[in-house]
Design a protein around this ligand. Structure first.
Ligand code: AMP
Ligand code: MG
Length: 419
């Protein structure tokens, strides 16, 4: 048996980062930037007002206060989106709105609330004058040209994961098309004579193909594009044909057929079709696992992850092995989840020295996390996954975790489940 770390390292080392694609800006959310982005201009492109108020010269209002306002002559008005060709000189002011370019001559903006504008309006006094009730230092309430981003500055670096703020910054540079590492196409193939498609009648002895759907949903969640390749029976020829079809994808994920049963033919097919290793991994659930590289007829190598058939095992091995593989293909640098530490509320025994991934519900109380077991932990009990929001990790060498003991938890969902 190999450890989880050994298996993961072998998988990750065989996975290549995919090539890049040019896409419309908004479609790039969640993908990794494949180019360095420099700013073609200053952002903002011009000094502009941070307030609605009056653009003046700071010297014109030196010493002004509520009792002794400085009265200035209003020579014009400028709204956002307009450029005024008027100038501000000593003793004059231009009424200005937030975002409007600062007219030449002005070096400060006095907000409306620091003027007597409202009194003048109420008293219907001429709008050609304004009383300023504060003295402000040069530059006050002015957003300087280039204060956000300077022309020529490296704004976003190749390799950066694009989040909403990054999409916004790229938009502020007028970048409508962006080069990103493309999302992997993940082929998903179920195996098993007993497994039928979910739109077919459920005849005796059969079960529905839940794995392909839970796996495809996981692929979507982590940024890949799932391609459902159907169900291959436990027959060498038909499975071989299905696998070959799957080699059009960037990575092939199969479920079932990798353990020791009489009909576990995936092993047989994979061994003849590619360079595949079969491992027993020191984990529970998820002991049987296959990983290898298929050589396509054009010489390209396609990685294959053969996950176990039990519905819980296939989902957990996906989390542990397929998720990092997909992230690596997408050019992501942080492949591991940052686990939390919780207080275990139940006792969990570990008899056979494997790493247990126990389905737990994590709650937060008084600033601490607590984890309790969802119920029966059989690897066929898929409902244990719907109840859980995390996987408590019981180390190989821990015989029992007692209630009250700290435990590391890999979170599956933070906010979606269980408040
Ligand atoms: P296997 O690894 O092929 O021996 O399968 C282990 C268990 O998982 C068996 O009980 C199978 O019926 C079940 N199983 C295999 N494939 C699927 C699937 N696609 N959906 C739901 N259950 C499955
Ligand atoms: Mg099977």
């Amino acid at each position: 048996m190999i450890s989880v770390e050994e298996a993961l390292a072998k998988i990750i080392n065989s996975i290549q980062i995919l090539d890049s694609e040019g896409k419309p800006l908004l479609d790039c959310l969640g993908q990794v930037l494949a180019e360095d982005v420099y700013s073609p201009f200053d952002v903002p492109p011009h000094d502009n007002s941070a307030m609605d108020g009056y653009a003046v010269q700071s010297e014109s209002i030196t010493g002004a206060n509520y009792k002794n306002p400085k009265v200035l002559r209003v020579v014009g008005e400028v709204a956002a989106g307009r450029v005024s060709d008027l100038k501000v000189g000593p003793g004059t002011a231009i009424r200005i709105m937030t975002g409007a370019f600062i007219p030449s001559g002005a070096d400060v903006v006095v907000p409306f609330e620091d003027t007597d504008e409202i009194n003048r309006k109420q008293a219907a006094i001429s709008k050609t004058k304004i009383g300023v009730r504060v003295s402000l230092a040069e530059g006050c309430n002015i957003r300087r040209r280039g204060e956000d981003i300077a022309q020529g500055e490296l704004v976003l670096t190749k390799g950066k994961l694009l989040r909403p703020a990054d999409i916004g910054v790229l938009a502020s540079l007028g970048k409508s098309m962006v080069s990103v590492i493309r999302r992997p196409l993940v082929g998903i193939l179920a195996t098993g004579n007993e497994v039928v498609e979910i739109n077919q009648p459920l005849l005796p002895g059969k079960i529905y193909n839940s794995n392909s759907y839970s796996l495809a949903a996981q692929v979507l969640r982590y940024g890949g594009i799932p391609e459902l390749l159907g169900i291959a029976p436990d027959d060498v020829q038909q499975l071989t044909a299905a696998v070959r079809e799957g080699l059009e994808c960037d990575i092939l994920v199969t479920s079932g057929g990798v353990s020791l049963g009489d009909y576990d033919v995936v092993k047989q097919v994979l061994a003849t079709e590619g360079n595949v290793s079969f491992w027993t991994v020191r984990m529970k659930p998820g002991k049987p696992l296959a990983f290898g590289m298929f050589k396509r007829s054009d010489g390209k190598q396609i990685p294959h992850l053969g996950l176990p058939g039990n519905p819980v095992s296939s989902m957990i091995t996906f989390e542990v092995f397929a998720r990092p593989a997909i992230l690596k293909m997408m050019g992501r640098s942080n492949l591991v989840k940052s686990n939390i530490t919780a207080v275990m509320e139940d006792s969990v025994g570990n008899k056979d020295g494997r790493r247990i991934f126990a389905r737990v519900v994590v709650t937060r109380r008084d600033g601490k996390y607590f984890a309790h077991i969802t119920g029966p932990q059989g690897s066929g009990i898929l409902s244990s996954m719907t109840k859980a929001n995390g996987l408590a990790i019981i180390p190989e060498n821990t015989k029992e975790v007692k209630p009250g003991a700290p435990v590391e938890v890999m979170m599956l969902d933070w906010d979606e489940v269980h408040d």
